[in-house]
Design a protein around this ligand. Structure first.
Ligand code: TIU
Length: 237
């Protein structure tokens, strides 16, 4: 068993029953010209999530633990897009309209793809979802149960939208979630902090909140943390 320092108390998981969720690290949310920016957001705020999430991805890959990437988006004919989602608000471009990275939030468009730093590798599940929650209208629960997954390490954007919906859906299905604060991000720093506080309040009412460093610290032989200087003596040279 592995125990990670977390709020409101340590998160313990069996490495045979854990998966990493990487939620919606798509160019449409993280880069200029995408859906996130069309809503009026400063998308540069999400970039800090990339480096720590890459380290966690490297950890899971090095251990051979499962990784699941999700992507929010719609069929090219938009038959799975509710008018309520398409028509709400006053964005500069609506879902399905042509932007600099192709049609916004449409499967197959460049903007719908995951940022290159966190791109899936062969053998990792890539799950397309039409909503905010990763369980809604997808086979995520089946995929997790088929592999005996009980515990989730959660990364992604944005903290209070797709991450929040997903961890709440996971919680109601009996999954235990560790949300990594530095691997999740929001266009609104105050919403990021509030969402994290809500997850772990009331004795982990939704889940646990930790950091990528705390997770890496808990794993023997984990890849190096950020800023770790390894001397020649330490590596035995
Ligand atoms: N707008 C916003 O914060 N998020 C989304 O629309 N989708 C996700 O969070 N993935």
């Amino acid at each position: 068993m592995i125990t990670v320092t977390a709020d409101p108390f340590p998160f313990t998981f069996d490495p045979d029953h854990v998966a990493l969720l990487c939620i919606d690290f798509q160019r449409d949310f993280m880069e200029a010209g995408g859906f996130g920016e069309s809503l009026g957001n400063d998308v540069s705020r999400l970039r800090t999530t990339i480096e720590p999430t890459k380290r966690v991805l490297d950890l899971f890959r090095s251990q051979g633990w499962p990784v699941i990437h999700t992507r929010e988006g719609h069929r090219p004919d938009l038959t799975d897009l509710f008018p309520s989602k398409r028509d709400r608000g006053n964005p500069s471009l609506r879902i399905g309209e042509e932007g600099p990275m192709g049609r916004l939030l449409v499967r197959g468009s460049a903007g719908h793809g995951i940022v290159p730093e966190l791109a899936p590798v062969e053998g990792e599940v890539v799950l397309d979802k039409p909503g905010k929650g990763s369980f809604y209208a997808t086979d995520l629960e089946t995929i997790l149960r088929a592999r005996g997954i009980t515990h989730l390490v959660v990364t992604g954007v944005t903290t209070e939208v797709c991450v929040q919906s997903t961890v709440r859906e996971a919680n109601d299905r009996g999954f235990e979630s560790l949300i990594l604060a530095d691997c999740t991000g929001s266009y609104f720093p105050e919403f990021h902090e509030s969402a994290l506080a809500m997850f772990s309040a009331q004795g982990a009412i939704v889940g646990w909140v930790g950091t990528s460093d705390a997770l890496l610290d808990a794993i023997p032989h984990a890849p190096a943390k950020a800023g770790t200087v390894t001397t020649d003596e330490e590596v035995g040279q």
